[in-house]
Design a protein around this ligand. Sequence first.
Ligand SMILES: [Mg+2]
Length: 361
Amino acid sequence: MAIELTARAYRIPTDGPEADGTLAWSSTTIVIVHASDGRAAGLGWTYGPAATAAVVAELLAPAVGALDPDDVPGAWTAMARQVRNAGRPGIAGMALSAADCALWDLKARRHGLPLAGLLGTARPAVPVYGSGGFTTYDEERLHHQLAHWAQEQGIPRVKIKIAQSWGRAPGRDLRRMADARRTIGDRAELFVDANGGYTRKQAVRVMRRAADLDVRWFEEPVSSDDLQGLGVVRDAVDADVAAGEYGYDLAYFGRMAPFVDCQQIDVTRCGGISEFLRAAAVAAAHGLDVSGHCAPHQHLAVTAAVPNLRHLEWFHDHVRVEGMLFDGTRSPEGGEVRVPSGEPGNGLTLKEADAERWRVA
Ligand SMILES: [Mg+2]
């Protein structure tokens, strides 16, 4: 039995201009990996540049071609070794992650099991938080988005982006945080994400001035490369400080864990489902919860499997893209998303014909 890995990339324009504290974008590129044993096929994906698909074809596919599709740890090890000279963080790590997710999905489908059944679950549904609130939004757009999550969908946590223009507009950040609190009232917890846009002292000052807004989650107040800085902010503010979305290997999570309150892990970057489970164990060894970062449907089964899960990010862009490309996507109810438990694999099917118009590689 052999494994065939193939990858395609699709680029979908956003539904409006989007920016956070340190980046602006107008489209989202998703790279989808298909893993086949000649009869069953699994799929996994990552949100990375189209070049990620070339890494799958050039490096990963030849590394696993002759392996048994049920031996995912063996395939993972072969792929991780194969990207040594290309460099694990970045594009190679995203390719590895998407391929690992596709291989787990393939294994579940080969055995007629839901992916959540193959991995085992700690909970039947995953708590989510609504995530968007881009700095490009005007007051009305922000209000509608947050009201949709907190009121219509009943999600008791929402997150907005702050640190606009690398922290050069703290007055507007504070006004938008107050706007957000006004919209959600006491129905939801307020989370903020600075995407590394503040300095250490600036991050502490902004949180002091926002004291009456009861912010519960302060994501990347400073660059996630400034581990000491994350620790300084964590010790000075009431909100939980979180980071980890750029973690591409286990050692990264081990280095960061002593400096945060909650560790974020992205299954489409960290090394797939295989490494997500290990990274969550590293966090547990430091007494931390973990939170799934973006790519919500790719995270459902693995976050359901992790005992020390806090929540999963229900990210506006990716919820939209996944709904456009896949049949079988889910919606939150009461702040949770039920994990697919009936159909084999991750429960998703690529809408091949619809997807073709967005294809770039
Ligand atoms: Mg973030």
